[in-house]
Design a protein around this ligand. Structure first.
Ligand SMILES: Cc1ncc(COP(=O)(O)O)c(C=O)c1O
Length: 411
């Protein structure tokens, strides 16, 4: 990492030196990347960490390369732990946020009639997983209502549901994929701790965008990807498992020789750490890329990132709100850097293609991604623009201008 740390060479202070950070990000030269909620642009040290390892594997052999880099590989767990205020033993690598999430769900031996309490804005794949659990195990899915003021889930109503149902699992997505809503995960966590309820948080869109503290949130399990606002490689994510959950013996349904010892022909014993949620085989170049990405994010500083990134999004949202034919959709008092809006007189794919043609990366969300939220908002699709700290105010203005021009051209 140190060898490639060009953005920080001049100053050890965690300042946002935009010019240096952009120089560290090759993609900034090619595109206006407003799809960080899909996948952030990789910084040079991250790319280099991965390339170095692939070269080493080719040169000396895959097993030998991972043995040679054991220290740096172990830093994956240490870096993520530092990022979320946990210990390395609480962290498991996963191939994606969904991989981490389903592994976590598999650790709960749901009985028929037990309740999963969640929100109307939880991520599509999580909702599908709950439905699959209902089909297979007869669990009941309860969706807490949203607060009438549009600030997200109604925490008081959710607490009433917790008391009424004593759910086997409380599951909340911190920032959904389909809007900039930020759910009050720490407030919900306080109720879970008071009632001793198992609490799973999907922090896929918030990790790397805000400081995340698992102690403050009070969760037992937390999942995320490394590729979005953390700017790590694709095909990576992690699961945080609290000491409480580890001590309670939570282990995934399918546990392998990395997660358990085969201590006698008829017995296995899960390891004591969150490694019980991992598998023996790792994509080591990716793991090293993730470690480099997390170290990079920590060097940039999550506090300045959390100030700048949603502020860039707010600037964009303000400009889009003034464009006739555009309806901005994000709710809540302080939305995250996911700017979503509906567009009149355009179909989804042609609009995105027109943005692509202008060198602006964006993403589409469809009704299927957010059955409750998009029904409430009466939209079938929307465009999502998600800037990150390395984007500039000029880019924001250019993107808003491009949207206005395209929308205007259809009138
Ligand atoms: C809120 C949220 N949770 C989970 C996921 C799934 O992440 P992955 O694709 O790494 O499984 C996403 C992906 O967009 C997401 O936005």
């Amino acid at each position: 990492m140190k060898n490639h740390d060009s953005a920080f060479a001049a100053s050890p202070e965690p300042l946002l030196d935009l010019a240096a950070l952009r120089a560290d990000t090759p993609g900034c030269e090619a595109v206006i990347h407003f799809n960080n909620a899909g996948c952030g642009l990789t910084a040079r040290p991250v790319l280099q960490a991965m390339l170095d390892h692939l070269h080493l594997e080719a040169a000396i052999g895959g097993y030998e390369a991972s043995a040679a880099r054991a220290g740096e590989i172990a830093d994956f767990h240490a870096a993520i732990a530092e990022l979320v205020n946990a210990r390395p033993d609480n962290i498991a690598f996963a191939g994606s946020a969904t991989h981490a999430y389903t592994k976590a769900l598999s650790a709960i031996d749901f009985r028929p009639g037990e309740v999963v309490l969640t929100t109307r804005n939880d991520f599509i794949s999580n909702q599908i997983a709950f439905l699959a659990l209902r089909r297979r195990h007869g669990v009941r899915i309860v969706h807490a209502p949203d607060h009438p003021d549009g600030s997200g889930v109604d925490v008081d109503a959710m607490a009433v549901l917790m008391r009424a149902h004593r759910p086997r699992l409380v599951a909340v997505t911190h920032v959904p994929t389909n809007s900039g809503l930020v759910q009050p995960v720490a407030e919900i966590g306080r109720h879970c701790r008071e009632l001793d309820l198992l609490y799973l948080v999907d922090a896929c869109q918030s990790v790397g965008q805000y400081p995340i503290d698992v102690e403050e949130i009070g969760c037992d399990l937390l999942t995320a990807t490394c590729r979005k606002f953390l700017r790590g490689p694709r095909g990576s994510g992690f699961l945080y498992v609290s000491d409480r959950a580890l001590a309670a013996g939570l282990e995934p349904l399918y546990i392998d020789m990395h997660g358990a010892r085969w201590v006698a022909p008829g017995h296995y014993r899960a390891v004591g750490t969150a490694a019980r949620f991992e598998e023996w085989e790792f994509p080591y170049a990716t793991v090293l890329g993730c470690a480099a990405a997390v170290r990079y994010a920590l060097r940039v500083g999550l506090e300045p990132v959390a100030q700048r990134t949603p502020a860039l999004a707010a600037r964009l949202r303000r400009q889009l709100a003034d464009v006739p034919g555009v309806r901005t959709l994000d709710r809540g008092p302080a939305p995250a850097a996911l700017v979503t809006f509906a567009i009149e007189r355009w179909e989804a794919e042609p609009f995105k293609a027109a943005m692509d043609a202008r060198g602006i990366n964006s993403a589409l969300s469809y009704r299927e991604f957010a059955q409750f939220d998009f029904a409430d908002k009466e939209v079938e699709w929307c465009l999502r623009l998600s800037p990150h700290y390395y984007n500039t105010e000029d880019e924001v203005d250019a993107v808003a201008g491009a949207v206005a021009e395209l929308v205007g051209s259809a009138w």
